[in-house]
Write a protein that binds this ligand. Structure first.
Ligand code: GLN
Length: 538
């Protein structure tokens, strides 16, 4: 039978619960267990697909096409497993399914209530996600005390009754604020949030305390006493220079030993964390720096391009260079001189996005990179704008549609396919999840992947328009990847350019700290070459 670690949060949000949950997953997997992670988001949206990246950061897409919370990205990177729709639960999903069952008459005239109907549905989904696993790590989004989180907390409380208290660990992540005036860390907010948990019947087994200052033994004993946990179960997490150091930090404090002990699992093996140590060492100590311009439209939100940023770091780690990512607001390129703004860059990445704002700036960035032989990597909208730029400025294909009609497709080379016509930018059909792609011989992509057949994750409506393929290819654009079964162009390249690769898919979702995504790897490799050549010239 599967066992469970429930991760809750207290005092404030943004404590790094997702990274804690992912790190627990990493450590348990390294102890030889079959592990996965599940995220519960108490918001009413059915999935994260409709959420604005300015408010909520990136939408993470799984192989099976689920649009999920960005924490699933952390999990995949930490536990190195591909997750699915099952690994993400929202209030919207739960209520939709319970109401659907009610309409079908499944409840046989009964009164349908939060307890037990909603809480049962939650538990059944948790149990389903744990099928075949030794341990499922479940993170409850939000903060203890939030109204919308209550059914989930009640459900995880009942889980201990359902599967046995010895098969469940409650781990509470909390904040230890430092008061400058008093020059000390304060435990009271943690005490209060633990009280709140206990009030609803959850007695946490361990506390993970986020602090900016070290906690001494006396303080750990005080928290232990007030919160009714053993002192060794008070774990400190300081702000780390890289999130990839968190598993090591938790392991040093015995967190995984403690979880195994609570769950009655053997703890006689030491986890082999050497690959993670290497990741952290290279991240921290690589001497050279490559400067990458991230030309996007959601650059003010720190998490809007989270997986892209992580994938760039992974590639930097593989090449022993530090990647300095400079966000460039695409619209600023429309107002200023793109060459002056982008001069610093050893590589330019244009990521995905929705809507028309900023696309002209992306086109200017693509042109600058193409004309100046600067490494360029376009992802989804970025790839589409590379094709539009090429069509306009190399093939002299005039723009066809008004921006209002066709926001991402200002030139006929990018279009909505016939079966999609009439579907607008909300809801409707998107190409979501994993699709196969065949690569062309002799291309940079084929070389980077080291194979001719790949699978990548998609999230978009517009496509490369095959009507113009021949004309674009005659002008020098190379189609380097095609989804053969649907005859869709997935990758474009420019032969002879240092690195000009645009992909219709989001490779960043599949990048891992120890295994960078091939196209990010190739892009950073080219940026390093560019940087070194520039340094030699200077
Ligand atoms: N808005 C574009 C489309 O729908 C690109 C989407 C994306 O970059 N993820 O095709």
């Amino acid at each position: 039978m599967s066992k469970y670690v429930f991760v809750t949060g207290g005092v404030v949000s943004s404590l790094g619960k997702g990274i804690t949950a992912g790190s627990i997953g990493t450590l348990l997997k390294k102890r030889g267990l079959k592990v996965s992670n599940l995220k519960i988001d108490p918001y009413l949206n059915v999935d994260a697909g409709t959420m604005n990246p300015f408010q909520h950061g990136e939408v993470f897409v799984t192989d099976d096409g689920a649009e999920t919370d960005l924490d699933l990205g952390h999990y995949e990177r930490f536990i190195d497993e591909s997750l699915s729709e099952r690994n993400s639960i929202t209030t919207g999903k739960i209520y939709s399914s319970v109401i659907k069952k009610e309409r079908r008459g499944d409840y046989l005239g009964g009164t349908v209530q939060v307890i037990p109907h909603i809480t049962n549905d939650i538990q059944e989904r948790i149990i389903k996600a744990a099928e075949g696993l030794d341990v499922l790590v479940v993170e409850i989004g939000g903060t203890v005390g939030d109204i919308e989180g209550q059914p989930f907390l009640e459900a995880i409380r009942q889980m201990a009754v359902r599967v046995g208290r010895e098969n469940v660990v409650y781990c509470h992540v909390t904040l230890m604020p430092y008061l400058e005036a008093a020059k000390e860390l304060k435990t009271k907010p943690t005490q209060h949030s633990v009280q709140e948990l206990r009030r609803i019947g959850i007695l946490p087994n361990m506390l993970v305390c986020r602090t900016s200052h070290p906690m001494d033994e006396g303080m750990k004993h005080k928290i232990a006493l007030f919160c009714d946990v053993p002192p060794e179960a008070v774990i400190e997490v300081r702000d780390e220079p890289t999130i990839y150091n968190v598993p090591m930090s938790l392991h040093k404090q015995g967190l995984d030993d403690l979880i195994l002990k609570y769950l009655g699992l053997p703890d006689d093996t030491e986890p082999d964390l050497s690959d993670w140590l290497k990741v952290v060492d290279r991240f921290m100590n690589s001497p050279e720096v490559v400067n990458i311009a991230l030309v996007g439209k959601y650059v003010q939100h720190k998490d809007a391009y989270l997986s892209v940023v992580e994938a760039l770091y992974h590639a930097g780690i593989a090449h022993s260079v530090r990647v300095n990512i400079v966000s460039v607001e695409a619209e600023d390129l429309e107002k200023g001189d793109p060459a002056a703004i982008l001069k610093f860059a050893d590589g330019i990445l244009i990521p995905g996005g929705f809507g028309v704002r900023g696309v002209e700036g992306m086109i200017l960035a693509a042109r600058y990179a193409r004309e100046n032989n600067v490494p360029l990597f376009g992802i989804c909208l970025g790839m589409q704008m590379m094709v539009v730029e090429f069509a306009r400025n190399v093939c002299s294909l005039p723009d066809a549609h008004s921006k209002e009609m066709n926001p991402a497709a200002m030139n006929p080379v990018i279009h909505l396919m016939e079966e999609q016509e009439g579907i607008h930018d909300k809801g409707g059909t998107m190409r979501l999840g994993a699709y196969p792609c065949d690569l062309a011989e002799g291309t940079k992509s084929a070389q980077a992947y080291g194979t001719m057949h790949i699978t990548e994750r998609h999230r978009h409506r517009y496509e490369f328009n095959n009507v113009y393929r021949e004309r674009l290819e005659k002008s020098g654009l190379k189609v380097a990847g095609v989804c053969t079964e649907r005859n869709l162009v997935e990758i474009v390249e420019l032969p002879g350019h240092i690195w000009y690769v645009g992909g219709q898919f989001h490779g960043e979702y599949k990048s891992r700290p120890t295994r960078p995504h091939p196209l990010f790897d190739g892009f950073i490799e080219a940026a390093v070459r560019f940087m070194r050549a520039k340094a030699k010239e200077a």
